[in-house]
Design a protein around this ligand. Structure first.
Ligand SMILES: Nc1ncnc2c1ncn2[C@@H]1O[C@H](COP(=O)(O)OP(=O)(O)O)[C@@H](O)[C@H]1O
Ligand SMILES: [Mg+2]
Length: 198
């Protein structure tokens, strides 16, 4: 969970560093598309957005962009994850720590390790604040299982759903100091992404 939020917010970060395209491959829900096209007079995104079908209809999909961020449906099996990783610079797997065991996620990701795929990272999102330790517990469990993780996590912040409702970037949510903090969390993760792909 947190895929569309991460795709949209990371795309806004990458837009500051080059020409960025967000592709919404979850055409049933269209969360990323709906969020970023909602407010017509809003100029805060800085990236372009396309639905996956329109993206694929082009002669050279993605040509001319420095960054292409693909928001998937989720629930992909091992084979699909391997294919996604092989066709990307980096496969980001946003996950919300929910206090239960990470065994299911470890089992899903094990085939990636077995197939020698290393260009993926789990991103812990919507992490509850201390003293709740669900984020740290999950980090420890995944790390022990040899699953690669981003060093930074994304905290829980209601500003995120507010941003989606208003059709703006979380950076521009006013009157909630957590908006800036969660934007900064994504900034730190975007730097990790750049370190990985450069
Ligand atoms: N960091 C966060 N803090 C609070 N709520 C979040 C956070 N990230 C995601 N959410 C909320 O969780 C729900 C699912 O997020 P979303 O990004 O749409 O996940 P997915 O695309 O994986 O289904 C949304 O209501 C969203 O606002
Ligand atoms: Mg989604």
């Amino acid at each position: 969970m947190g895929k569309s939020t991460s795709a949209v917010t990371l795309a806004a970060h990458f837009a500051g560093r080059g020409r960025a395209l967000l592709v919404d491959a979850d055409e049933r829900l269209r969360s990323a598309w709906n969020w970023t096209t909602k407010k017509e007079d809003y100029a805060g995104w800085g990236f372009e957005v396309q639905l996956y079908s329109a993206f694929m209809e082009q002669k050279n999909p993605g040509e001319g962009y420095d960054f292409i961020i693909l928001d998937t449906k989720g629930g992909e099996g091992a084979g699909e994850l391997v294919a996604l990783a092989r066709n990307s610079s980096l496969l980001i797997i946003p996950t919300k720590p929910d206090g239960v065991s990470a065994d299911g996620l470890v089992a899903t990701l094990q085939p990636l390790l077995e197939k020698g795929v290393t260009n993926y990272r789990v991103l812990l999102t919507d992490v509850p604040p201390a003293p709740n330790a669900d984020g740290l517990d999950m980090r420890l469990e995944l790390d022990t299982a040899g699953i690669p993780l981003f060093g930074h996590s994304i905290r829980h912040a209601v500003a995120v759903s507010k941003a989606a409702r208003e059709g703006i970037c979380v950076r521009d949510v006013r009157g909630d100091r957590y908006a800036k903090l969660v934007w900064m969390d994504y900034e730190l993760v975007s730097r990790e992404v750049l370190n990985h792909v450069k």
